[in-house]
Design a protein around this ligand. Structure first.
Ligand code: CP
Ligand code: NVA
Length: 327
C-alpha cells in the first residue's frame, strides 16, 4: 500500500483497503506511543495547520502527532492570515507548498479544501468542512474496532442533524466498511438524496446498508453504536437554535434510546457536546429554553457505554497515521 503524495479530503476518495491500511497504521502508531517507541522519522519537514473555524481536538491531534513524527508545525488561526480576505485559495496553496511538506485545512465549503488540494503540490488534509470530517471517521472506525473487534456488519445509528459533516461522513464510512448505517431523525435532516444514493451503491458492494427513519424505537433497536453530534454546527447562525431544539429534541440520545439499543451498545460523539449547562452556549440555551442538556443527556454521556474520550484520543493516533502515510 502506498499513499505517499495523496490528499486526504473525504473517505469517498479511498478504497476499503486503503481505509483499513490507515486504521491498522494508526493502531500500530498508538501501540508505539504507549510503549514509548519513537517514530520521529520526519525530522526536517514541516506542516501548515490552517483553521478557519475553531478547534480543540483536531488542532491538538495534528500538533501532537506532528511533533511525535518529528515534524515542525505552523498554526494559522481563524483570523490571523491573508487566506480568503487578501489572498485566494489557489495562491495560498502555491505559497504554502513552497514552504511546507503538508497542509491541514479546516473551513467552510468542501470545494475550498478541494481547490487548495488542486493547486498544492504537497498533500492536503481535510480537518473538517461543512460537508465532511474524514479524519474524525478514522478515529471513529478505530474506536469501534477496538470496542467490538471488527467493523463489517456493525450497526450504527446517527441521531440529530444527519445532513451535515458528521452525518454525511458516517454514512460514507459505514458504506465503505460494510457497516449498517441508519439516520434516525426528522426527514428534513436526512442526508442529501444524491449522497444517500451514492452510499447505497457502495454499500451494495461491501455488504453494508443505508436506512433513513423518523422512528426512534425502530431506528435504535438492537444497534451497536448510537452516535450524535451538536444540533447547530460551527458557522451556522445563532437564530437557528430555537428551531433545531424544537425539531431535534425527539432525537436526543437518552437512557431510553440506550436501553432500546441494548447493553452491548456504545455511545459515541465527535465532541464538543452539550450534555449539561457547564458551557457558555449550554447555559444560554438552558436559560432561553429551560433545558438541562441537548443532543445527549448527561447520564448517557457519563455512562459506562460512553466511549467519547477513547474516541477523542484516537483522533491523534489516526491523524498521525494520515500524515505518516501520505508524506
Ligand atoms: N471533533 C472535533 O473535530 O473536535 P474539535 O472541533 O475540537 O477539533
Ligand atoms: N458538526 C460539528 C462537528 C464538530 C466537530 C460542527 O461542524 O461544528
Amino acid at each position: 500500500m502506498n499513499l505517499k503524495g495523496r490528499d486526504f479530503l473525504k473517505l469517498l476518495d479511498f478504497t476499503q483497503e486503503e481505509i483499513l491500511y490507515l486504521i491498522d497504521l494508526a493502531a500500530e502508531l498508538k501501540e508505539k506511543k504507549k510503549k514509548g517507541i519513537p517514530v520521529d522519522t520526519f525530522r526536517g519537514k514541516n506542516v501548515a495547520l490552517i483553521f478557519e473555524k475553531t478547534s480543540t481536538r483536531t488542532r491538538c491531534a495534528f500538533e501532537v502527532a506532528a511533533h511525535d513524527l518529528g515534524l515542525g508545525t505552523t498554526y494559522l488561526d481563524p483570523a490571523g492570515s491573508q487566506i480568503g480576505k487578501k489572498e485566494s485559495i489557489a495562491d495560498t496553496a502555491r505559497v504554502l507548498a513552497g514552504m511546507f511538506e503538508g497542509i491541514e485545512y479546516r473551513g467552510f465549503e468542501q470545494e475550498i479544501v478541494e481547490e487548495l488540494a488542486k493547486y498544492s503540490s504537497v498533500p492536503v488534509w481535510n480537518g473538517l468542512t461543512n460537508e465532511f470530517h474524514p479524519t474524525q471517521m478514522l478515529a471513529d472506525l478505530l474506536t469501534i474496532r477496538e470496542q467490538f473487534g471488527y467493523l463489517k456488519g456493525i450497526k450504527l445509528t446517527y441521531m440529530g442533524d444527519a445532513r451535515y459533516n458528521m452525518g454525511n461522513s458516517l454514512m460514507v464510512a459505514c458504506a465503505k466498511m460494510g457497516m449498517h448505517f441508519t439516520a434516525c431523525t426528522t426527514a428534513a435532516y436526512f442526508p442529501a438524496e444524491e449522497l444517500v444514493a451514492q452510499c447505497r451503491e457502495i454499500a451494495a458492494e461491501t455488504g453494508g446498508s443505508v436506512t433513513l427513519t423518523e422512528d426512534v424505537m425502530d431506528g435504535t433497536r438492537d444497534v451497536d453504536v448510537i452516535y450524535t453530534d451538536v444540533w447547530v454546527s460551527m458557522g451556522e447562525p445563532d437564530q437557528v437554535w430555537e428551531k433545531r431544539i424544537r425539531e431535534l429534541s425527539p432525537y436526543q440520545v437518552n437512557a431510553d434510546v440506550m436501553e432500546n439499543a441494548g447493553e452491548k451498545a456504545i455511545f459515541m460523539h465527535c465532541l464538543p457536546a452539550f450534555h449539561d449547562l457547564k458551557t457558555k452556549i449550554g447555559a444560554e440555551m438552558g436559560e432561553r429554553f429551560g433545558i438541562q442538556e441537548m443532543e445527549v443527556t448527561d447520564q448517557v454521556f457519563e455512562s459506562k457505554q460512553s466511549k467519547v474520550f477513547e474516541e477523542a484520543e484516537n483522533r491523534m493516533h489516526t491523524i498521525k497515521a494520515v500524515m505518516a502515510a501520505t508524506l
